[in-house]
Design a protein around this ligand. Structure first.
Ligand code: CA
Length: 681
């Protein structure tokens, strides 16, 4: 019967008219819904079943809490209906794995009740078409389907929160790097895919409608930066989005239809908005991800959202954001953000830092005239096993990690290689034991403010870099980061004697110096570097010379590029990209003049992605003969890897050439090279 409905819907769709429900559709609201669900067999095509009633257990958001030490300046003029969302997609898989959640009093509670009490008013859930292999093994990431949305939707509705349904239109994670078509739709013509997408969306939403779930918003696609559901032409993408949008209008006419993009710092949002307009997409909300580590400044976020709102007349909001409250990993599966991450870090990784981030994003959205902020997976904590092996079993069995080994058949390059647990357990609002963090109160406190006395919450770590032979002076003060993120200089005493300092400053090396400021421990990273004998070592002259690139494989793009966000330091780096496989093979090298006899060390850095099989190494040559190489890796955006060739024995009169060799086999391979150093050892 279901198939028949789908077929009839498809016929209606192809005939050029959206499926009109034969009975007036109402959003299920408390007290309004009919009593029972009729058997679906009696429904006419496009007709919706009568919704079930979900018994409400409404909670009042807690106001200010006495004794709460979090400093929060209220965001003035925040509308009553401002959306504070929480993506909680992973919760059912975590609970199946044994996770429990506890409120501030230590009482075990439904996590959705805890969220509602803390001012969350919308719950987001990702929906994949079919995240299972032929044997029924889940790909992980919560194995999220419309059934997951049903469970989460019922619980959200029970506690008075609306549901935001996030259709990825894929069988697994869809993001700017991948927008793979669902298995069942592979090879379909655009027309057939459009019909399938409409039916799938309609049936999924009809199930939520029948269950009495209060759906407030529906995303047609997830981070669709120029691709969706295997399509990469805007004419095709928008046709599919439009099919999703028609299904939302038919089932939940009160719900908002949202589109979702990532990388507000890219400058591409006006183009996206223009494309949606050109192809006449019917939608309400233009949403963005905003992860402050990578996505530019808050000023830029406000500017971009305000610009889109002005140009389109649509609502704007942040659909995903998050911030780390600790650098500790709690589930033996590495985190996206750790102490070693080289990313923008506007706040300390503390609960107060997490609050300051949320407050600042809320202000930025408010300044743009936006309608809300949705936090991403603030409930995704580790599954609690005592070892990686123990956790791995749960991840595989319940899909409670980000990807299981079974995902390899669908996503061999990413999930197939890196499957594992939780990469964001340190960005949740719950600790490893499931106990709520004080920072979850931010959603309430941002409305009211919490004007407590400022305190120093941490000290800024200090980096001191000197070149061999330069004088070494340690700073006399260190900045304390206050709870409002302002800085106060405190006098510091370093635990190091003059003799040791003299010794350290006389040789190349790295050292850590500890000290005391206030009652906190200060940390100083001292780096004594050899004189860099390369010219233009970080490409900051904006010219190639004296670097020489030899494009052995005919790589399409091999050139200097000016983009600070893709550079290790400064604004410039060397860039490569090839749309075709087996074209990337090149060397980038220079031969410095005026060296004296001695032993040298050479280092160069690279990052990139989509490289497939890659052979990458730093090298040194004397009079054209290779005398040393150091293998390097290319893994992901912003993961810089260094290659160091040491012990290069040079005699005056020889020609020393240092550089990097890169060869990859995959189509779409790209990378960035930056910061080379040649120094005496
Ligand atoms: Ca982890």
């Amino acid at each position: 019967m279901k198939k028949l409905i789908a077929l009839l819907l498809a016929v209606l769709l192809l005939a050029g008219c959206a499926a009109e429900p034969t009975n007036p559709v109402q959003t299920p609201e408390s007290g309004k819904a009919a009593e029972s669900t009729e058997a679906p067999e009696t429904l006419a095509p496009g007709e919706l079943p009568k919704p079930a009633v979900i018994e409400r257990e409404l909670v009042s958001p807690q106001g200010k809490l006495e004794g709460c030490g979090l400093y929060v300046k209220a965001v003035e003029g925040l509308p009553e209906d401002f959306i504070f969302g929480m993506d909680a997609s992973q919760v059912p898989a975590l609970e199946a794995s044994g996770v429990k959640y506890y409120d501030a009093a230590g009482e075990e509670k439904d996590v959705f009740q805890i969220l509602a009490e803390n001012g969350v008013n919308m719950i987001r859930v990702r929906v994949w078409n079919d995240p299972f292999d032929a044997q029924g093994h889940g790909y992980g990431g919560g194995n999220c389907t419309i059934d997951t949305a049903l469970e989460i939707g019922r619980r959200a509705t029970k506690y008075g929160m609306k549901l935001l349904v996030d259709f990825h239109y894929s069988d697994f994670w869809a993001d700017p790097g991948k927008q793979m078509v669902p298995k069942a739709w592979a090879g379909m013509s655009l027309e057939d895919k459009e019909a399938a997408l409409f039916s799938y969306t309609w049936e999924s939403l009809a199930a939520l409608y029948a269950a009495g779930v209060d759906v407030g918003m529906v995303q047609v696609g997830n981070e669709t930066n120029g691709a969706m559901c295997g399509e990469t032409e805007w004419s095709a993408i928008t046709r599919l989005m439009a099919a999703g949008s028609r299904a939302v209008r038919a089932v939940f006419p009160e719900a908002k239809v949202a589109v979702h993009f990532a990388n507000p710092e890219s400058g591409r949002y006006p183009t996206y908005a223009t494309n949606l307009k050109i192809y006449g997409l019917d939608y309400d909300v233009f949403g963005t991800s905003y992860y402050p580590y990578w996505h530019g400044t808050l000023e830029n976020l406000t500017g971009v959202l305000a610009q889109v709102k002005a140009a389109t007349g649509k609502d704007v909001m942040v659909l995903e954001t998050s911030y780390a409250w600790t650098t500790e990993d709690s589930d033996f599966s590495g985190n996206t953000i750790s102490a070693d991450s080289v990313v923008d870090q506007p706040y300390p990784y503390t609960p107060q830092g997490q609050v300051n981030h949320l407050r600042a994003v809320t202000q930025a959205v408010q300044d743009a005239g936006g309608i809300g902020v949705c936090y991403w997976e603030g409930t995704w904590i580790g599954v609690g096993g005592a070892s990686r092996e123990e956790n791995q079993k749960l991840w595989e069995q319940y899909g409670s990690g980000w990807a299981s080994s079974y995902a390899a058949e669908y996503d061999p390059d990413d999930a197939g290689k890196w499957y594992g647990g939780d990469a964001v357990d340190n960005q949740a609002f719950f600790d490893a034991g499931g106990r709520v963090l004080e920072s979850l109160m931010a959603f309430n406190l941002i409305r009211y403010g919490n004007d407590v006395a400022l305190e120093a919450q941490s000290l800024e770590e200090i980096q001191v870099r000197i070149t061999l032979g330069d004088p070494l002076n340690l700073p006399e003060t260190v900045n304390a980061v206050m709870t409002d993120n302002s800085r106060v200089a405190l006098p510091v005493e370093w635990n190091v004697d003059a003799e040791t300092l003299e010794e350290w400053s006389a040789a190349v090396g790295s050292h850590e110096i500890r000290g005391k400021a206030g009652d906190m421990e200060a940390v100083l990273h001292l780096s004594v570097e050899g004189v860099n004998l390369l010219e233009n070592p970080s490409f900051e002259t904006g010219a190639d010379a004296p670097w020489v690139a030899d494009n052995l494989g005919g790589c399409k793009e091999l050139m200097l590029e000016q983009k600070a966000g893709d550079s290790l330091t400064g604004e410039w780096h060397y860039h490569f990209w090839s749309p075709d496989a087996d074209k990337v093979e090149f060397t980038l090298e220079q031969s410095p003049a005026g060296l004296r006899t001695g032993s040298y060390s050479f280092t160069i850095h690279i990052m990139g992605g989509d490289c497939g099989e890659a052979e990458v190494y730093a090298y040194a040559k004397l009079d054209g003969q290779t005398v040393g190489t150091a293998p390097m890796e290319i893994t992901a955006w912003n993961e810089w890897h260094a290659g160091t060739v040491s012990g290069i024995r040079y005699t005056e009169g020889q020609t020393l050439t240092v550089g990097v060799y890169v060869k990859t086999n995959a189509a779409g391979a790209w990378g960035k090279i930056d910061d080379a150093v040649l120094s005496l050892e």
